[in-house]
Design a protein around this ligand. Structure first.
Ligand SMILES: Cc1cc2nc3c(=O)[nH]c(=O)nc-3n(C[C@H](O)[C@H](O)[C@H](O)COP(=O)(O)OP(=O)(O)OC[C@H]3O[C@@H](n4cnc5c(N)ncnc54)[C@H](O)[C@@H]3O)c2cc1C
Length: 387
């Protein structure tokens, strides 16, 4: 098996790297690398820079305005984006709802929403979870009542990432209570500026504001804002989760972090000059993490090949979700060991930054979002292994 990329893909890598180094806003990269919070204007500017180049919706097919890249090109692009220190693209628009709109939406909906997602001018948020519905998502209570072509939305969404930066939110809403609970759910889009909609920040233990509560009090949206058929929202939501869970792989970021850990462990510690890499236990853990990333990479390539052939990530995406989470946590733990007492301080003795520490803490939450790892194991047992 030849695991090297072709000369064409390596040329493509050079082109992407050059563009990031010369054309992408430098101040945003510096702010992001320093671990400073990005304002909505920074997020928009960052994503619109990619959008203007036609590179924001990097995995979309050409027919929907994407670059139509091969799997290898998409992979190399992601790797270079991480390498350059460009902020991670907010996935709710391009990665999550975009494919749902171009697969299940009407022509009018495609015309209305895809351009703003593709060029980065519109941010989106994901309204799935509720205070009483997380792992058991199908028991959600958020209601959408249809009368004379208008839905009235009432309910409480929670843990809504990046809602403060969003222009739109896609929601799972109960439109009927007659059938089994999955069948009474519809997939509806709502502008964040709609009267009756309130965003309340949730600040997490690390001091960051990513999460929010979103409250709906008689919010009105036209029936046209429902994607696909009424009562089929569950099917669309699971299709979306396949893309979401596969997107957690972020191989480029993991490889960059591994290189970083190896460099820290190979440098002698100040004063004693002892090298952590000479500790056989540490060296073995580092090698195990590197091998785990190789395994994850192969799994992702398999899933992306299925998508390129017209399939969907399907339930195998649950495997990626678990592997991606566990390797991410493995690597960030190695990082903390390698950085030692200087962790989080920028300086010649460690070379680390506060964002590295934030990455460690954020990695804990990955076991929870996108459906907890326990729930992914149940999906694999039931749907992949047929147990
Ligand atoms: C950082 C972060 C960002 C998020 N962003 C979003 C977002 O943008 N939009 C959104 O809609 N949601 C978001 N979420 C919410 C996330 O999807 C839910 O937190 C998650 O699905 C778990 O639901 P819960 O919090 O209600 O926990 P619960 O469902 O109450 O689970 C609590 C614990 O019980 C376990 N458990 C529950 N049921 C079972 C079972 N049947 N078998 C075995 N174990 C079980 C779970 O694994 C978990 O450990 C985010 C969460 C986090 C942490």
């Amino acid at each position: 098996m030849d695991l090297k990329f072709s000369a064409h893909v390596e040329d493509f890598r050079r082109e992407v790297r050059h563009w990031f180094e010369t054309q992408f806003p430098k101040d945003i990269i510096e702010k992001y690398k320093a671990g400073q919070p990005l304002a909505t204007a920074d997020v928009r500017r960052s994503e619109m820079a990619l959008g203007a180049k036609g590179w924001l919706a990097s995995a979309w097919p050409k027919e929907h305005g994407g670059p139509g890249w091969s799997i290898e090109e998409q992979y190399v692009f992601d790797e270079e984006l991480e390498r350059a220190g460009v902020p991670t693209v907010t996935p709710m628009g391009v990665v999550y709802v975009g494919p749902v709109i171009y697969t299940f939406g009407s022509e009018a909906q495609k015309q209305r929403w895809l351009p703003g997602i593709r060029d980065g001018s519109n941010g989106w948020a994901q309204g799935y979870s509720e205070p009483g519905a997380g792992s058991d998502l199908a028991s959600l209570e958020f209601s959408a009542e249809l009368k004379d072509g208008t839905y009235t939305l009432n309910g409480h969404k929670i843990w809504t990432s990046a809602a403060q930066h969003a222009d739109w939110i896609f929601l799972l809403a109960r439109t009927s209570r007659r059938e089994k609970k999955q069948e009474g759910i519809s997939f509806i889009c709502c502008p964040m500026g709609a009267p009756g909609l309130t965003v309340k920040p949730i600040v997490t233990i690390d001091g960051a504001h990513v999460l929010n509560e979103v409250l709906f009090d008689n919010v009105k949206v036209p029936e046209d804002n429902r994607i696909g058929e009424e009562g089929k929202g569950w099917t669309y939501s699971q299709y979306l989760l396949g893309f979401e869970r596969t997107s957690y792989a972020r191989i480029g970021g993991k490889r960059a972090m591994l290189r970083y850990v190896r460099a820290l462990a190979t440098a002698g510690s100040p004063g004693t000059n002892e090298r952590l890499i000479d500790d056989p236990g540490f060296a073995m853990r580092l090698a195990e993490a590197e091998i785990a990333v190789d395994g994850l990479e192969m799994t992702v390539f398999r899933i992306l090949s299925a998508v390129a052939a017209g399939g969907t990530p399907g339930d195998a995406a649950s495997t990626v979700k678990i592997l991606a989470t566990e390797t991410h946590q493995q690597i960030t733990e190695l990082f903390l060991d390698a950085a030692g007492p200087h962790v989080g301080h920028r300086g010649p003795s460690s070379g680390t930054t506060p964002r590295d520490v934030a990455t460690y803490f954020a990695g804990r939450a990955q076991s929870i979002y996108g459906g907890t790892n326990e729930i992914q194991k149940t999906i694999i047992a039931r749907k992949v292994l047929g147990l």
